[in-house]
Write a protein that binds this ligand. Structure first.
Ligand SMILES: Cc1cc2nc3c(=O)[nH]c(=O)nc-3n(C[C@H](O)[C@H](O)[C@H](O)COP(=O)(O)OP(=O)(O)OC[C@H]3O[C@@H](n4cnc5c(N)ncnc54)[C@H](O)[C@@H]3O)c2cc1C
Length: 389
């Protein structure tokens, strides 16, 4: 068992760290105050993404990506996750299901998006369909050789920055035919209803959208009819690893700030870190991060070693659950250690505190992850989580 990072991995980690510190951190307050990233700053960050060789970094070279291993991607996500306001999203990569597209779809969407021309967002959630996607009402009905797509989608992250939307719809309104359609964001019949405000001030908006009889050719189906869940589930495995890495990164940044502050802040004649109440919080924070990171690196390394994707999927739920809840606990303690300063918006720990809350909700809530884990224990036995293979 080799637990050392290779020279190449260390180099990549330093590159991603430098990128985040020099090209994301300086824009955090601006993004927070503007409730989104202003265009001028976005252009500067985009140039830096190319300069650092990070565009399309979750994809293979032949798909216009960087050809990094899963483990290398995790190292990058961890560094990017230290930035507040979801600025990590500015390091673009095409939505993963696009790699399952036909050669034409890959040439039209995947390659240009990875090169920075366009962006894809993902629309599954609806007013009546959240944790249970079988409740989706958006339907696609075939008429005269075209699919007519109608429905309403909520929380469409980055819709304002996207050129296409991967829309999860039921063909003929049949929940047994869940299917992904590639829809142009500006196609006739696609409208933005609202861009509600959220707890975090994310780089882009999360739209509520209506699809009113949008006409789509057969060529707009990604994968096959009925393959919608399969593609989404496959995507969830990667996004849950990504999310776990962001949470670890965010927790590390908050802990470093709290540790430095506790060493320099004098009250009652001594640094506050000398009070056991503070020192014990720092100890708990460090241990929680160590546990989460061990889990994250193990699952990432095993994915590269060809671990059965079903087992990775089962463990990715555990990772998502643990890392998101861990980050919530750790960052809450960081706010406490900084006292009043931890509650100021100009302080990264305050922004991390707001940002991190959604990690327990999106990509499947904590309750849904527990349900998945419980189901996997029943199906495969406890060893999936308690064993070592
Ligand atoms: C900022 C933000 C961005 C988002 N971006 C996107 C996006 O880009 N695309 C997209 O499609 N969606 C997106 N979402 C939606 C997100 O994935 C959903 O909010 C999430 O899946 C939960 O669905 P819901 O909000 O409808 O809650 P519900 O499913 O209604 O759940 C409400 C509560 O009930 C619990 N619950 C539900 N079912 C069970 C069960 N079986 N057992 C126990 N408890 C249960 C939940 O855990 C939760 O606590 C985003 C959400 C947010 C907040």
């Amino acid at each position: 068992m080799d637990l050392e990072l290779s020279k190449e991995e260390r180099e990549l980690q330093s590159r991603a760290r430098e990128f985040a510190e020099k090209h994301l951190f300086p824009y955090e307050i601006e993004c927070d105050e503007n409730e989104g990233i202003p265009k001028k700053s976005l252009a500067k960050i985009r140039r830096a993404v190319i300069e650092y060789g990070l565009n399309g970094f979750t994809h293979a070279k032949e798909d216009g990506g960087q050809g990094f291993t899963h483990f290398q991607q995790i190292l990058i996500h961890e560094e990017l996750g230290k930035a507040t306001n979801g600025l990590w999203t500015l390091v673009w990569s095409a939505s993963l299901p696009l790699r399952h597209g036909t050669p034409e779809q890959r040439a039209t969407y995947l390659l240009p998006i990875n090169a920075g021309k366009g962006r894809a967002c993902y629309a599954i959630t609806e007013p009546g369909a959240g944790s249970d996607p079988r409740m989706v009402r958006t339907s696609a009905v075939k008429r005269k050789g075209k699919y007519i797509l109608s429905g309403e989608k909520w929380f469409v992250t980055s819709a304002n920055a996207s050129t296409i939307i991967l829309v999860h719809a039921h063909v003929d309104g049949d929940p047994d035919k869940p299917t992904l359609f590639i829809v142009d964001r500006d196609a006739p019949g696609v409208t933005k209803q609202r861009a509600p405000r959220f707890m975090h001030n994310y780089a882009f908006e999360h739209w509520e959208m209506v699809f009113d009889k949008v006409e789509l050719d057969e060529s707009r189906i990604l994968g096959k009819i009925g393959q919608g869940y399969e593609l989404t589930k496959d995507w969830f495995t990667d996004t849950r690893l990504e999310l776990g890495a962001h949470c670890v990164g965010a927790a590390i940044r908050a802990t470093k700030i709290a540790n430095d502050y506790a060493a320099g802040r004098i009250q009652f004649g001594r640094p506050i870190r000398d009070f056991q109440a503070i020192e014990f919080m720092l100890a708990d924070m460090a241990v929680e991060i160590m546990a989460a990171k061990s889990m994250l690196y193990r699952i990432g390394a095993q994915l590269d070693q060809g671990q059965d994707r079903k087992i990775v999927h089962a463990r990715a739920s555990a990772l998502k659950l643990y890392c998101s809840e861990m980050a919530g606990r750790v960052i809450d303690k960081a706010v406490q250690i900084l006292g009043g300063r931890g509650y100021m918006r100009e302080n990264p720990v305050e922004r991390l505190y707001r940002d991190i809350r959604v990690e327990r909700i999106w990509e499947g809530t904590s309750e849904i992850q527990r349900a998945v884990i419980g189901g996997q224990i029943k199906k495969r036995g406890l060893g999936v989580y308690t064993g070592w293979d």
